[in-house]
Structure formats: structure tokens, C-alpha cells
Ligand binder design. Structure first.
Ligand code: GLU
Length: 457
């Protein structure tokens, strides 16, 4: 059977780097197993879901380098869920409940004082026809619960019932169904909670592997029971640890700066974001993987740690610099051209400056300096001015070759008796207006003799 995974966000906001972790785990898993990636939008909450968020999520995923084989919207699949609801009702495992939240709360408190676990006591199973008719005539609408298979003959006497699965990340997992309340699958207004549509879709879309955050581990116990109640073999599950900032802060509250859109706007490269999102909290070092296939080689679900994956958002900057430092010209070419950086000099220019960029667009600053000279005329001491003038007088005639820089500097050293910082700092300042930057040897051919003489102080 073809490996098929899915990424299933609710389109109620923008995705952040933690959501990207889930998407990428699925994508890399599919990549490594020659599988398919299904995009599923969990938009059964019609009031909060918006197409513009779904579109933004697709845009973000494409930017990261994730391309879906199919895209599904739960809001277009209600008929399929209704079929499943009928089947569960016929099997007697979906039952109507009429309690209000206040009544449920009171019951929980009573159970606690009696030393019983605060789970739902299945009182609705014992309602008589007359009581139901009364509720209905009072205008109460039922919500619907799934009867967990945690009893032998009498649902009022639940007993320890272990659901087990071999988690791709966490190994052997066990959930005791007697420790859970029968989950509500349908609210009283008829809308679905996430649990049932997710299982129905996983069955219908032939999902073989469900890879998601470990906040869903308990759901998995319920969902495995639901797969079985619907006559389906449950898929394989893998629950990865969630990304948190180094102070342990969950990401949902920080979607602003750490949203994929925010990171893109801050100049982060897609592979910077992908590398950090995937490699944090695994046994691999967090490095900037230059491509998705490189990242796939470093990715192993089983090597993901069970505790929270803490990261420092500052690390993104260092990774981005590393990534740009190794980026081949071919990969940068079109984006540079969009900034007007093109022509014969574009490639040597890129190779000269790529090690000095926080973000790719910083290349425009260097391009301007190479084309037009320092942004601000350098302020030299008398001594340094004379030194630079002398050095410029010694500049060899063109044509230049790969040895020009060395022979020029050797002559300047000999003639001026300067070396080290005393020699290089004023030259750098004269040529770029700055006190650090690309290798001067690499800038020289880009400036040319005329370009350098134009910078004469
Ligand atoms: N919509 C659910 C979520 O975003 C999907 C969980 C799942 O992958 O099953 O948490």
C-alpha cells in the first residue's frame, strides 16, 4: 500500500514554525517512503474557518517546499460524515445526551467527592423514552457521545481496557479507555468536533500514517476505538514533540514573529525555517540543510526526542547566514536579478558577498557600494589618506588576473612599510566605506581600476 500522510490544520489563522514542524515531518516521511502528501483543511467550524487562511497556509507550505498530491476540505465532505454517524448509531455506539454544561460540571464534582474518576457516568444511556420526550419538548437538543468499548456486558460498569499502538516516535503506547469520558462527537447544534471527521477522512483518503503533535496522544486512544467501530484498520501513528521557545513558551501565543509569513518577511530562507523546525529536538545537530533532500537524510522519526523541542528564535539568524554562505549562484540568480543584480558581474559578486549577508536582500547594499562607492565618504586621518593615495598610485595597469591583488598588496607593503590592520583597514574603508565585509581580493575585480581610482580620497 502506498504510504499516504496528511497535514490537517484548521484554517482559522496563520501557521507558525511549530505547525511547519508537523507539515515537514509528514512531507519528509512521504519523501523518504515514496509516498503521497494529502493536505486536509479541518474547517468543520464554518464560523471560524476562512478560505483566505487556507490559501495563506498553502502559500506558506509551497514557500517552504511542500507540495500536496491532493487537497481536501472537511466542509465539503459532510455527507460522508453523516454516513458514518448513521452507521455508529445503528451499531448502538453513538448515543444522545441532554445534559447542560452546568449539570455535567455538578456531576463531575460529585464524582470527585466520592473518589470516582471525573469521567462522564453515562447517565444518558438510562434515560427513558418519556424523559427524552420531555427534554425534546423543553426544546433541548441532544449532543452525541461515542460509547467507548471499555466494558464487558454492561456499559455502566466500565473496566480497564488498554488500547495499544507502536508509536513511530514514542514506541509502545497504552491508553486505558476506562480513564476517559465517552467523547462528544456531535455538538447540540449539529456541528462536528474534530474527532469523528478526522477518522472518517483518514479511512476514506487511505491515510496509512498519522504523524502529528504529541498533544494528540490521548485522542489516539479514542480514535483507534473509532476506527475499529467503523470497521477499519487503524493507521500507524507517530506523535512528535512540540516546539517551544527556550523559556518553554508554547508557540501558539507567539504566532506573530514566528509565523511562517513573519519569518519570510524577516528575510529567512525557506530551508532555514525548515531546518530549525525539523532538527530541533532530535538527535541531529541543528544545521542549515541546503535542500529538502539533504534535510530528509538527516530526518528520522524514531530519533525525535520525547520531551519538548526547545529552541532559541535567535538561532534562526545564524542558520540563515550559514545557508546564504553556502548558497550556489544558480539558486540565487533569479532573486538577485529581481533586485537588478545581473550581468557578467552578478556571479563573482554573489560569490564575493554571500558570506556577509544576514538575509539575501542585504546583497543590494553591497551591490550599491560596488557600483557607486561608499554610502558616506570615509573620514580618514591625514596619515591614512596619504597611505591610501600612495596605494592607489601603485595599482597595476589592466588587464588584471587572479594574481593582481597579491602583487598589488606586496608592492604596497614594500613601499609603505605597513602591514596587517594598518594596511587593510584604510583600504577597506576607502573601497567600501565600512570596516568589515567581503574579502577585498574578491571585490577588486568587481571594482576595476577605474572604479578604484574613483574612490581616491
Ligand atoms: N486539525 C487537527 C489539529 O490541527 C488535526 C490533528 C490531526 O492531525 O489529526 O490539531
Amino acid at each position: 500500500m502506498t504510504v499516504t500522510v496528511r497535514f490537517a490544520p484548521s484554517p482559522t489563522g496563520h501557521i507558525h514554525i511549530g505547525n511547519a514542524r508537523t507539515a515537514l515531518f509528514n512531507w519528509l516521511f512521504a519523501m523518504k517512503n515514496g509516498g503521497n502528501f494529502v493536505q486536509r483543511f479541518d474547517d468543520t467550524d464554518v464560523a471560524r474557518s476562512r478560505q483566505e487562511y487556507a490559501d495563506a497556509i498553502l502559500y506558506d507550505l509551497h514557500w517552504l517546499g511542500i507540495f500536496q498530491d491532493a487537497t481536501e476540505y472537511q466542509s465539503r465532505r459532510f455527507e460522508i460524515y453523516e454516513g458514518a454517524v448513521d452507521r455508529l448509531k445503528r451499531a448502538g455506539v453513538l448515543y444522545a445526551c441532554y445534559e447542560t454544561p452546568e449539570e455535567l460540571d455538578l456531576r463531575r464534582k460529585i464524582r470527585r467527592t466520592r473518589g470516582l474518576p471525573p469521567v462522564y457516568g453515562r447517565e444518558a444511556l438510562q434515560l427513558t423514552h418519556a424523559q427524552i420526550a420531555e427534554y425534546e419538548s423543553d426544546g433541548r437538543r441532544p449532543h452525541w457521545r461515542f460509547l467507548l468499548p471499555n466494558f464487558r456486558n454492561d456499559p455502566m460498569e466500565p473496566e480497564r481496557t488498554e488500547v495499544e499502538w507502536n508509536d513511530l516516535v514514542r514506541g509502545e503506547e497504552t491508553i486505558d479507555l476506562a480513564s476517559l469520558s465517552d467523547p462528544i462527537l456531535i455538538r447540540e447544534d449539529g456541528t462536528y468536533l474534530y474527532t469523528l471527521p478526522s477518522v472518517v477522512d483518514d479511512i476514506d483518503l487511505d491515510i496509512t500514517h498519522v504523524i502529528r503533535g504529541d498533544d494528540h496522544v490521548t485522542n489516539t486512544g479514542v480514535q483507534i476505538a473509532l476506527f475499529k467501530a467503523l470497521g477499519a484498520e487503524p493507521p500507524t501513528f507517530g506523535h512528535h514533540n512540540l516546539l517551544t521557545t527556550s523559556t518553554g513558551e508554547a508557540l501558539s501565543k507567539r504566532t506573530g514573529a514566528l509565523s511562517i509569513a513573519g519569518l519570510r518577511e524577516a528575510g529567512m530562507e525557506p530551508m532555514t525555517v525548515a531546518s530549525l523546525a525539523v532538527l530541533t529536538g532530535t538527535s541531529e545537530n541543528v544545521v542549515a540543510a541546503p535542500s529538502m533532500s539533504d534535510l530528509a537524510q538527516r530526518f528520522e522519526l524514531g530519533a525525535t526526542s520525547k520531551s519538548a523541542a526547545k529552541f532559541d528564535p535567535e538561532d534562526l539568524n545564524a542558520l540563515n547566514r550559514d545557508l546564504l554562505r553556502q548558497m550556489p549562484f544558480d539558486e540565487a540568480r533569479d532573486r538577485l536579478a529581481a533586485f537588478g543584480i545581473m550581468g557578467d558581474h552578478a556571479e563573482p559578486f554573489w560569490l564575493a558577498v554571500r558570506g556577509n549577508l544576514d538575509k539575501l536582500s542585504d546583497a543590494t547594499n553591497w551591490w550599491r557600494i560596488v557600483q557607486r562607492g561608499p554610502d558616506v565618504p570615509p573620514d580618514f586621518s591625514e596619515n591614512d589618506r596619504e597611505f591610501v593615495q600612495k596605494a592607489f598610485d601603485l595599482l597595476p595597469q589592466e588587464p588584471w588576473d587572479g594574481d593582481t591583488w597579491k602583487s598589488w598588496i606586496d608592492t604596497v607593503k614594500e613601499e609603505t612599510r605597513r602591514k596587517g590592520k594598518m594596511l587593510y583597514a584604510p583600504l577597506r574603508l576607502a573601497l567600501t566605506g565600512l570596516d568589515s565585509g567581503p574579502e577585498l581580493a574578491d571585490l577588486l575585480p568587481l571594482l576595476g581600476r577605474a572604479g578604484i581610482q574613483a574612490r581616491r580620497p
